[in-house]
Write a new protein. Structure first.
Length: 118
């Protein structure tokens, strides 16, 4: 599975941004897709995930109510709508895929930088 993320940029606090990730290859075997982020000097953390077949979503507490993950199975795309952005949301955002026979996210996109200025 290949993942191509896009949509990052520089915004001000309170603004919105939408990230997209297009999957190609063995997309028929994808069970779940997610967004993770890594801020400078910090470990990578889970942001949001969606089960491909059912659309069931989950979020980190830090983004609940502000971020929305969605998928479009016809376009093999997962998106992350980010509203009310805060400076602490600044990070490189990665999309990832977990296959049906796996317990971890094993396929990763190249990352897209989101910078939120105060």
């Amino acid at each position: 599975v290949q993942l191509q993320a896009s949509g990052g940029g520089l915004v001000q606090a309170g603004d919105s941004l939408r990230l997209s990730c297009v999957a190609s290859g063995r997309t028929f075997s994808v069970y779940r897709m997610g967004w993770f982020r890594q801020a400078p000097g910090k470990e990578r953390e889970f942001v949001a995930g969606v089960t491909w077949s059912s659309g069931t979503t989950s979020y980190a507490d830090s983004v609940k109510g502000r971020f929305t993950i969605s998928r479009d199975s016809t376009k093999n795309t997962v998106s992350l709508q980010m509203n009310s952005l805060k400076p602490e949301d600044t990070a490189v955002y990665y999309c990832a895929a977990r296959l049906q026979d796996q317990y971890e996210y094993s396929y990763w996109g190249q990352g897209t930088l989101v910078t939120v200025s105060s």
